[in-house]
Design a protein around this ligand. Structure first.
Ligand code: UDX
Ligand code: UDX
Length: 457
């Protein structure tokens, strides 16, 4: 069997590496428009940082796993084509800022139709609006092609930073398809592939539309938990309740569960916001305005959490940060990834620069992406070493929950900073009281802040 995956990104690369490792008899070719990306996959410097990825990749690359830009040739030989290209939020025309841009998906369908040399299974890996498979089927079956294309929806639930583990031991694998004879055969063929390492009872089969919708709904539910605890964090700050304690108390209720209840500066990443906007747009298209408003609020709350954080920084630093120096520790949207898409740090940095603040960004894995995202700007610098980034700063700001930041020598950092020294913990990862005792004024999220009385002059 030969599998082709179009799109060698954060999803396509790791997913195919795991399938190749678990199914050594299957030939897998990952193709991408970007020669630069493909070159990186074929080198020792992978295009994405993901723990465990390089080890699993080494098992199969050159054996049954190949990366290339030869899309046409690859499709000619394929039995199954996974489509894993990006589906960004539209930036133009109808639905701008809300709907998904399906341009690349449609282009893939046309390419598959043009180069296929036999009947094919086409698998949607990308997260898509409900009923996209229908549009794909129509494109694939239009024109002269004598072949039959069976479109399946098989959304990926991996989270960045834990992608390899999530792929090796998934909670579930979801396969949606047409409930027709050929549809059911295709579903079973894909299920057999996953059954090489996933227990059969964890492979769910549904109709196509349930599968497409489940992916949007899963991300919306996860994001909603973050916004819910962040809404509670706001109340905590007003009432001296501690969001960490509240979160623990809520999470011990088995019906609620303890995961995804960490209050933070807000969620980021390429999926949550995009998928909720997509869900909202779909609801509105069907006239379901109350349902749309409900989900919209998750994004509104997330945006508000970032604004509140910036307002607090300005207010506590004597209502002006113009000319002050701020060290941003962490630019990735979460720990253990170099991905900066929709990172809350990006928004915060841009706002601080608007206020004429001097900003230095540090991150162990995301500095190159940060440079690409922000480019050269006045008052902005990048520094890999967190200690150097904090030198002479008025404030240190934790933006990503990197493990390494928990064990920094804050005494050393305090000594090198301008006084009074401020610390804003956007991830609640530090021991706030002991850091305060070193001399810092400490501002966590949803917890009491620790402020030193200023000496009278
Ligand atoms: C993407 C989507 O964002 C996500 O919704 C979906 O679930 C999976 O695919 P990701 O892998 O993180 O996620 O995207 P990205 O890292 O941008 O990778 C997409 C790749 O597709 C890029 O390397 C891009 O060059 C490639 N691509 C895009 C093509 O090869 N052909 C195209 O027509 C468009
Ligand atoms: C998410 C989904 O988890 C995954 O199933 C889907 O396939 C893609 O989207 P990802 O965006 O990679 O994965 O990371 P995730 O761990 O979900 O975190 C998303 C954002 O929420 C991050 O910015 C993270 O820091 C934030 N978050 C998460 C919180 O602020 N608090 C939490 O308790 C959990």
């Amino acid at each position: 069997m030969k599998i082709v995956c179009i799109g060698a990104g954060y999803v396509g690369g790791p997913t195919m590496s795991v399938i190749a490792s678990k199914c050594p008899n299957v030939i897998i070719e990952v193709v991408d428009l970007s020669q630069e990306r493909i070159n990186a996959w074929n080198s020792d410097f992978l295009p994405i940082y993901e723990p465990g990825l390089s080890d699993i990749l080494k098992e199969s690359i050159g054996r049954n796993l190949f990366f290339s830009t030869q899309i046409e040739e690859a499709i000619e030989q394929a039995d199954i084509v996974f489509v894993s290209v990006n589906t960004p939020t539209k930036t133009f025309g109808k639905g701008a800022g809300k709907a998904a841009n399906l341009e690349y998906i449609e282009k893939c369908a046309r390419t598959i139709r043009q180069y296929a040399k036999k009947d094919l299974i086409v698998v949607e890996k990308s997260t898509l609006p409900v009923r996209t498979a229908e549009a794909m089927e129509k494109i694939l079956h239009s024109g002269e092609s004598p072949y039959h294309f069976e479109v399946l929806s098989n959304p990926e639930f991996l989270a960045e930073g834990t992608a390899i583990q999530d792929l090796l031991v998934p909670d579930r694998v979801l396969i949606g398809g047409r409930q027709t004879e050929s549809g059911i055969v295709a579903i079973e063929k894909l299920a057999d592939l996953y059954a090489h390492w996933v227990p059969r009872e964890r492979i769910l089969r549904t109709n196509t539309w349930s599968s497409e919708l489940s992916k949007l709904a899963s991300n919306a539910f996860l994001a909603q938990r973050v916004s819910s605890i962040n809404a509670i964090s706001q109340l905590c700050e007003e009432t001296e309740a501690d969001v960490g304690e509240v979160s623990k108390a809520i999470g011990m209720d088995e019906r609620i569960g303890s995961k995804f209840l960490n209050s933070s500066i807000g969620f980021g990443g390429s999926c949550f916001k995009k998928d909720i906007l997509n869900l909202v747009y779909l609801c509105r298209q069907y006239g379901l305005n109350e349902a749309a408003d409900y989900w919209d609020q998750v994004v509104i709350m997330n945006d508000h959490q970032k604004d509140r954080f910036i307002d607090k920084m300005i207010k506590t630093m004597f209502n002006t940060i113009s000319g002050k120096k701020v060290a941003i520790l962490g630019f990735a949207f979460k720990a253990d990834t170099g991905d900066t898409r929709e990172s809350p740090a990006d928004y915060v940095v841009k706002q601080l620069l608007e206020e004429h603040c001097e900003v230095t960004i540090s991150d162990p894995e995301a500095l190159e992406n940060a440079k690409k995202d922000l480019g050269e700007r006045k008052n902005l610098s990048f520094e890999k070493d967190p200690y150097l980034a904090c030198e002479g700063a008025d404030a240190t700001v934790i933006m990503t929950e990197w493990q390494a930041y928990k064990s920094l020598n804050f005494e050393k950092i305090y000594t090198s900073m301008r006084k009074p020294a401020f610390l804003f913990d956007g991830r609640n990862i530090l021991d706030h009281l002991s850091i305060h005792q070193l001399g810092f004024n400490v501002f966590p999220i949803g917890k009491p802040s620790y402020v030193h009385e200023l000496k009278k002059v």
